[in-house]
Write a protein that binds this ligand. Structure first.
Ligand code: AN7
Length: 402
């Protein structure tokens, strides 16, 4: 067997044919490969970018359930960089995936795995994007999807996707952490396949963000990677991707993994600052960035390892800083992202100002979701359209006068 599942705490092993999400000891699972049997070189990686280009490092056998995910742009953002006082900044815009977020990379793998395991229903809890992606990939696979959302706290674009693509959408009177607990119980009782990022196969798809960045930078890793952290799956996955490419001799180094959380939902940042072995969950997470309104990140232990091992760090940003960064990225670079994604830019600015990030570093910020996911928020922070009569005088007056 080329790979197996293994507990990161007690190292107990599980076969790929087992439906299991966490170890009997409670530890998180990782997909572990026999790298001596994987021969992947830069030459094998010619051609357009996509998640399934890296099949040699993706643990499924069957034909993928795919909508052409991955292959997102890496933009060089010189005007923003100048504004921040840096020289070399890039944005990996994951909002350009089929459903408008990075979650598609994990879902194409996770839903394919569900079919491979013969699962009849897929399910997740979500702050929004995971549910949109699961609804879409469930539809593509012809498998019913059940999604549990925190009532009143999901951006409209994401909810619209989950509804239109035919998921059973349940609005839970509680927050994301409550919904996740519930869906884990539901999956255990009903035999539904759990597709939150506690499922290690999801992360195997998401690690392709690292592979693409390395390729787009000319087979190099950046000095630093900055990204929003909610349930802490993505930071874990991207770190794994860079480590794998280093191990296979495709790149020479791994970036300093730098996680950004909103002030009102920052258990990982507190654990890093306090040098704690584990997080202390937050009972009442709150932020304008609803995607990362999470108090008890399920992948916290893996994320703490990624941040510490790579020499990275974690920092909080306020809602005002998030909104300012969102507007700055939109106006200076033409890149439209949702609030959670803008936290990476806000965090970069803060860490440069604090002197933590060196002005000579090459930095890649991951923007995880598209602006249109949360247009209600846009209307609350941007000026309203100017309503006028349909005459040229009125138009000229509005254009030239304040
Ligand atoms: C835009 O959809 O958790 O740290 O349920 O939608 O891997 O959780 C979304 C997370 C960042 C955080 N940016 O990623 C969900 C959900 C956006 C997101 C994150 C999310 P993780």
């Amino acid at each position: 067997m080329l790979y197996h599942l293994e507990c990161i705490e007690c190292h107990k092993k599980y076969k790929p044919s087992e439906v299991v999400y966490t170890c009997t000891c409670g530890g998180l699972l990782d997909v572990v490969y026999d790298y001596s049997k994987i021969h992947l070189t830069k030459k094998d990686l010619k051609g357009p970018l996509s998640v399934w280009k890296y099949r040699a490092l993706i643990p499924v056998e069957r034909e993928p359930v795919s909508l052409n995910e991955g292959g997102t742009p890496l933009y060089r953002v010189d005007r923003l960089a100048k504004n921040l006082g840096l020289k070399d900044v890039y944005v990996k815009h994951e909002g350009m995936n089929p459903t408008g977020s990075f979650k598609d990379r994990g879902m194409t793998v996770g839903v394919t795995k569900a079919l491979e395991l013969g699962m009849k229903t897929v399910a997740c809890a979500s702050t929004g994007n995971t549910s949109a992606s699961l609804a879409v990939y469930g539809a593509k696979a012809g498998v019913p999807a059940v999604v549990l959302l925190p009532s009143g706290k999901v951006a409209l674009g994401k909810l619209a996707q989950a509804l239109m693509h035919g998921a059973k959408v349940l609005s839970i009177r509680g927050n994301f952490d409550d919904a996740l607990k519930l869906v884990r119980d539901l999956c255990d009782r009903e035999g539904f396949y759990l597709l939150n990022s506690v499922n290690p196969y999801r992360l195997e798809g998401q690690k392709t963000i690292a592979f693409e960045i390395a390729d787009q930078l000319g087979w190099k890793a950046p000095d630093r990677l900055v990204l929003p952290v909610g349930n802490a799956g993505n930071i874990t996955a991207i770190y794994k991707g860079f480590k794998e490419f280093k191990r296979l001799g495709i790149i020479d180094s791994v970036p300093k993994m730098t996680g950004i959380q909103a002030e009102g939902a920052s258990p990982i940042v507190r654990a890093i600052k306090n040098n704690a072995a584990a997080i202390t969950p937050e009972g009442k997470p709150e932020t304008v960035a609803t995607a990362i309104r999470i108090g008890n990140p399920v992948n916290a232990i893996k994320a703490l390892i990624a941040i510490r091992e790579s020499g990275g760090t974690a920092e909080t940003v306020s809602d005002d800083e998030i909104i300012r960064a969102q507007q700055e990225l939109a106006a200076l670079e033409g890149i439209g992202v949702e609030p959670a994604s803008a936290s990476s830019i806000a965090g970069l600015r803060k860490l440069v100002d604090m002197g933590v990030i060196d002005r000579d570093e090459t930095v890649v910020c991951v923007t995880t979701g598209h602006l249109l996911k949360d247009s209600e928020h846009v209307l609350s922070v941007c000026p309203r359209p100017i309503e006028i009569d349909a005459t040229i005088e009125a138009v000229r007056k509005a254009v030239f006068e304040n």
